[in-house]
Design a protein around this ligand. Structure first.
Ligand code: HEM
Length: 413
């Protein structure tokens, strides 16, 4: 199995003049060569201006402390023009609370956040455990299968169906819509135009509009649709804002946890001594989960635009400039995280990572994501499952969702 890291001094990352260095190309995230580019930027130009890219000019913020500074200053660094590097054409723009500032952001966030309040997480915990056991029991023995499909997608999509109280048998539609929503339309890809993307997502909207209409006429319940239908902050949303919030919740609850589940299995295979540590001391499971989420960094970046002239890392940023916070790079910044390129499940300050962001938009679902991973690993350990990776992981060609489409594995014991 190929290792994840490359040495930027010996690979292509050192050959490009700094002024031409553009880290946005999805292919580099797919083939794993991106690490060298970020290492070079952290060392030579931590706040880097790229004049010419497929997404127009943008700043890359690559070091941990600078990223925290941007993420925690929502007045100067606004999310209102979008949170990914791509500029969505006006015709296809959907509003959602991650693209808002106070007070509307807070009101809408508060509408949905009770779904992940501690008392509900306790209830969800027993459901997740039952589901994990069923999924693990149903896996083939001594035969190759795709961990992404059978475990990562299945577990997270079941959870999402529960959060929305979405028809359980149709749950894979949620996975499909999530994949369509994060696709950046390109010729030659299944989603090759913005029109196609919007046409598919309008089917998503129509389906959820039916659920909304049922629930608005019923008593309020603890599911995301009912909560939005009954809250003053969300019940008068335009359809495109409803769709935007659906996409936010679907992608938030889906791709991120899914890719942490896959990454975790891959990393434990690549670092057998860490897996042994966990087997010897299962109490390390929470710490291991945080390390998995740091090491994977399922959301590679978030984007902001400067609302005023400002300075970050000594660089002058002009009002209106696009600023990309590369969490994936900040999580490997060894000025803050000791030996950051190594996977160490019992490292000091293991929760000190950027994967969930910071500031007013810090991930709503983080405790639920951690809970799902924790229960999965507890059950893998209890069942003494030996899950071996038997082929190369297939990574997604995306600079936003850092993840996998396939991970071939075999249960040998
Ligand atoms: C926001 C990552 C799981 C729902 C975010 C942000 C990141 C993130 C980076 C933006 C933070 C910022 O801009 O400062 C992750 C990761 C996850 C995960 C790595 C799993 C390992 C989930 C789950 C849900 C969820 C399970 C839903 C059930 C959301 C929502 C927001 C968000 C609604 C927007 C918050 C706001 O704008 O106030 N997440 N997420 N996430 N996440 Fe997550």
């Amino acid at each position: 199995m190929k290792t994840q890291l490359a040495d930027y001094r010996t690979d292509g990352a050192c050959k490009i003049p700094l002024s031409n260095l553009d880290v946005s190309e999805g292919k580099r995230f797919q083939d794993g060569s991106i690490w060298g580019y970020f290492e070079r930027l952290r060392r030579e130009d931590p706040v880097h201006y790229c004049q010419d890219s497929p997404y127009g000019p943008y700043w890359s913020v690559t070091k941990y402390r600078d990223i925290v500074e941007v993420d925690t200053n929502h007045k100067t660094f606004s999310s209102e023009q979008g949170v990914t590097i791509v500029d969505v054409p006006d015709k296809h723009w959907t509003q959602s609370f991650i693209k808002m500032g106070p007070p509307k952001h807070r009101e809408q966030r508060d509408t949905v956040s009770p779904i992940v309040a501690p008392e509900n997480l306790t209830k969800l915990g027993s459901l997740i455990r039952r589901r994990v056991r069923t999924i693990l029991d149903g896996l083939p023995r001594n035969d190759d299968f795709n961990w992404v499909d059978r475990v990562s997608i299945e577990l997270t999509t079941q959870m999402l169906a529960t959060l929305f109280d979405f028809p359980f048998e149709d749950r894979r539609l949620l996975t499909y819509w999530s994949d369509v929503a994060v696709a950046m339309p390109r010729t030659g890809q299944p989603i090759d135009s913005w029109d196609k993307r919007s046409a598919i997502l309008s089917e998503c909207l129509a389906c959820f509009a039916r659920l909304w209409n049922e629930r608005i006429n019923a008593k309020p319940r603890l599911d995301l649709i009912s909560m939005m239908a009954h809250s003053p902050a969300t019940r008068h949303m335009e359809p495109s804002e409803f769709l935007g919030n659906l996409i936010l919740l679907i992608v938030g609850g889906n791709d991120t946890t899914r890719n942490s589940i896959t990454g975790g299995l891959l990393f434990m295979n690549q670092h057998p001594s860490e897996l042994q540590k966990l087997r010897d001391n299962p109490k390390l499971v929470s710490s291991a989960v945080s390390e998995i989420i740091r090491y994977q960094t399922p959301i590679a970046h978030m984007r902001r635009n400067a609302a005023a002239d400002t300075i970050i890392g000594g660089k002058k940023i002009r009002k209106g400039d696009k600023v990309v916070m590369w969490y994936i790079s900040g999580n490997r910044d060894d000025e803050v995280i000791e030996d950051a390129d190594s996977f160490v499940i019992d490292r000091k300050n293991v929760r000190q990572h950027l994967s969930f962001g910071f500031g007013i938009h810090r991930c709503v679902g983080r405790h639920l994501a951690e809970l799902q991973l924790k229960i999965l690993w507890e059950e893998i350990l209890k069942a003494r499952l030996e899950v071996k990776v038997v082929g190369e992981p297939q990574r997604i060609a995306s600079n936003f969702v850092h993840g996998y489409s396939a991970l071939p594995v075999r249960i040998t014991g």
